[in-house]
Design a protein around this ligand. Structure first.
Ligand code: AMP
Length: 369
């Protein structure tokens, strides 16, 4: 049985590596011949809009999923039509919503999920009106195609906002309040074919320069866990979702404020490979194939540290007791996620101390969520 993956990045690679023990085969589509998943699974090399390759993917696969949130929705919709119509999971409607920060915010509000105060901005006048309505400081973000802090600017004055607009304003934008959060968390869960839902222990996330650096899980108060799970379930039900969905939140006191959602497996869930009874990758596959979902309980106190830019000497990492290394097979490049480390410890205190030491040693930013 073959699973198609549109996008062959590290998420696709980890999906394939989780699927082989279950007896699955994979076929990926990606414009890069060196894409990480293409090193472990057959690759159709071409554009995400290449109709012939999309048809081939649809014809050869039992179900087609995606590992990147900016895959063209029209490509997925094209695969759902014609003689060899593919089953697409998660639904293209969830992908379309997650690609536009405005529709994402509107959905959160409609489902009673608190989110930041915001305004759409498509002109200088709209920006000034947005600042009047939302206040300063704020964050100006592109509505589409932003990731890892790209396409956004924190603004503290009107003059800074106008400078940011001059830089970003060639595309539709969104202006939102800057949230002085206590911490950032993410909730990851899966919904199966019959509507059954499982949720993972909450993840605590520390970012640096807009990029996720460290995740700790389980994390936070019990109230945050139940609130985040309740919010996630509303979005899952809304889309009659199949697969893994992630929502990122800012935490202020006992309030969770939704920042964004990702209709896919997520970087903050990589700890589940060694640290949970069933990994997010396996549960995504189980969900999209209509199989029973696996248990999500944590097997210890876990930390995941992203390796950014380059992989440090392997022998040095592997000499560290209990450190699990994941190398995505990517060329080194500044700000690029090239791998990650996971540790699973018996107590939270030990996990935090080890994660701090590891991050310091890697110069990965020592802040622990
Ligand atoms: P995003 O691309 O929206 O996930 O933003 C990346 C990171 O920038 C977030 O994880 C936060 O650390 C920070 N950030 C984004 N928006 C805000 C905001 N409105 N207030 C405070 N921090 C933010």
């Amino acid at each position: 049985m073959t699973v198609g993956i549109v996008g062959a990045g590290q998420l696709g690679r980890m999906l394939a590596l989780a699927g082989y023990p279950l007896g699955l085969d994979f076929l990926c589509l990606d414009p890069s011949p060196e894409a990480p998943a293409g090193q472990v699974a057959p690759l159709l090399n071409g554009a995400f809009t290449d109709r012939a390759l999309l048809r081939e993917l649809a014809r050869r696969c039992e179900v087609v999923t995606f590992d990147w949130e900016n895959v063209p929705v029209a490509s997925l919709e094209a695969m759902q039509r014609g003689a060899h119509a593919a089953r697409i999971a998660p639904p293209a409607s969830a992908l379309a919503c997650g690609q536009d920060r405005v529709s994402e915010k509107q959905l959160f509000t409609r489902l009673g999920i608190p989110t930041t105060r915001w305004r759409a901005v498509d002109s200088r006048a709209a920006l000034l009106a947005a600042i009047d309505a939302v206040g300063l400081p704020g964050v100006l973000k592109t509505r589409r195609l932003g990731y890892d802090g790209k396409g956004q600017a924190v603004v503290r004055t009107r003059a800074a906002a106008e400078r940011a607009f001059a830089r970003l304003g060639t595309v539709p934008l969104l202006y939102e309040e800057w949230v002085p959060f206590d911490c950032e968390v993410s909730m990851i869960g899966a919904r199966g074919a019959r509507g059954q839902v499982v949720t993972y222990p909450l993840c605590g996330n520390a970012h640096g320069g807009g990029i996720l650096r460290i995740t700790c899980a389980p994390f936070g108060r019990r109230r945050w866990q139940s609130l985040a799970a309740r919010y996630l379930k509303r979005v899952l039900a809304h889309f009659r979702y199949r697969g893994i969905l992630t929502i990122e939140f800012f935490v202020r006191g006992d309030r969770l404020i939704a920042n964004e959602m990702a209709p896919r497996v997520h970087n903050s869930g990589h700890w589940t490979i060694e640290g949970a009874a069933t990994s997010q990758f396996e549960n995504h596959l189980r969900a999209i194939l209509g199989w029973p979902l696996g248990e999500t309980r944590a097997l210890g106190h876990c930390a995941m540290i992203n390796l950014i830019g380059h992989i440090p000497p392997r022998a040095r990492l592997l000499a560290l007791d209990g450190v699990h290394l994941h190398d995505y097979g990517k060329q080194p490049r500044p700000r690029r996620k090239v791998g990650h480390l996971t540790i699973v410890e018996p107590t939270a205190a030990r996990r935090d101390a080890r994660a701090r030491r590891l991050a310091l040693g890697l110069a990965a930013g020592a802040r622990i969520p």
